[in-house]
Design a protein around this ligand. Sequence first.
Ligand code: URA
Length: 241
Amino acid sequence: MRLDKLLSHMNFGSRKEVKSLISAGSVRINGEQITKANFQVDETKDLIEVDGQQIIYHKFIYWLLNKPQGVISATEDGRHHTVIDCLHPDDYRFDLFPVGRLDIDTTGLLLITNNGQMAHQLTSPKKQVYKTYQALIEGVVTKETVEAFKAGLDLGDFTSQPAQLWIGEVDTEKGVSKIRVSISEGKFHQVKRMFQACQMEVLQLHRLSMGPLQLEDDLALGDYRQLTQAEIEALKPFGYE
Ligand code: URA
């Protein structure tokens, strides 16, 4: 890979900025000062140093975000902040994107990466990756609702795949229910539409897990973390590199 491309991928600045860094003599490859931006680096073998600091090149980046409300699952937007804006500038890379989508008012687990193959595997309907949500519902969720979710719901343009619904607390006086639901599909507004099909409304929606990834309670809304070794192992069948 070209040296300027590698450094700009590693957040050392724009292509123009890294060219100046290189020509200023800040970069050494295998101990030798390199001043040519088009120098070919073998990122898997070469020892790369910038101002005496060793650089380890990672082809792919992964962040597990606890998405807050009010940001959209996109890479850029003229009106709203995006999930990419949740990243600290040091952690930003131009090619990062969210894996799948959560609505603007949905909170919870969202994987951010630049590994397109893996994102495709995790969101492909063929792979049946289960996503579990916890939700506050306006309506009294009953055993019949659980059965309807299991049987599949007619959502107009399609019938939902069997989904598992667990009833938590139900307040019959207030007419609200706390539930968990696990679905293998990820169509637009899917959970909200499933409850609408049962004449109920989702008041709050929070994603707890996606496939082998789980959100723990101590990751605050808006915070993000790296994947654990166990998560990395579990993601290998999906194309983790
Ligand atoms: N289902 C929805 O309705 N919204 C989400 O954000 C995720 C799943």
